[in-house]
Design a binder for this molecule. Sequence first.
Ligand code: CIZ
Ligand code: SF4
Length: 301
Amino acid sequence: MNTIEEIQKLKKEKNAVILAHYYVDGEVQAIADYVGDSYYLSKLATTLSEDTIIFCGVNFMGESAKLLNPKKKVIMADEYADCPMAHMVDIDTIEQVRQENPDVCVVCYVNSTAQIKAHSDVCVTSSNAVRIVKALPQSKIFFIPDNNLGHYVASQLPEKTFIFHDGFCHVHKSIHLENVLAAKEAHPEALILTHPECTQDVLEHSDFIGSTSEIIDFATKDSHDTYIICTEMGIFYELGQKNPDKKFYSVGHRQFCPNMKRISLDKVLLALRNLSPEVCLDQDIADLAKRPLEQMLHYAK
Ligand code: CIZ
Ligand code: SF4
């Protein structure tokens, strides 16, 4: 039996479901039951009947799945796949901002640890951040941790005031404007589709700004046939699946998240065999961290 056949067999035997993010390797996305962004996957996780979730993504995503599904076993395909941005804010900073701004709403990009979520008021993802911040009753926002996404949200909501944090995604930050302009020179007919974790100069030169799922939807519905894609390269798999006749160009070798790329078919198989490593959260933190995620699902309705 080959690796893929064994994964399929074990998945049935163990009543497990495989969830994968768009940034993991295409061959992992191909064997997953559901592929999506973290908003879709966290919403979906609340509707699944299987007892066990095998999560192919970084730790904060598995934690979110566990927070929303405390009774299910959530197994990470790789326990060391961790997003550096998830650790960029500290609790003291949040509490200090709260003390100095008693009316502030702490809006936490979902790319954060459960501990950080536990000190936040509401979570957002890149696909719902503008919608949720707009719907919040508070007008003063402390947006953590991603500085670029925070500024993008602020640019869409001039009626709100923002305090920003200085967190960033090293993958999106290293997509430089000169790389984008070089790609545009090579493919002048292409539209530039960009993730809001990219820097402001790149966003300003883009034809469309959106999360991974929004970029995929845009490219799938749009009538052009050539695109330059400014986000992590794993997205090319789903773009190609949905649009076999369109051309998608990268902006160079920097669109690579080493943590997302830790996940392989062999690791998925091992995770299924051993039902380990399991996501285990401290109960006190879990109780507090669940609330901002539920607030996100509430405001996103
Ligand atoms: O929200 C997510 O899943 C991330 C990390 C990126 C995106 O835009 O989908
Ligand atoms: Fe974190 Fe960036 Fe990798 Fe996403 S692409 S997991 S934000 S380092």
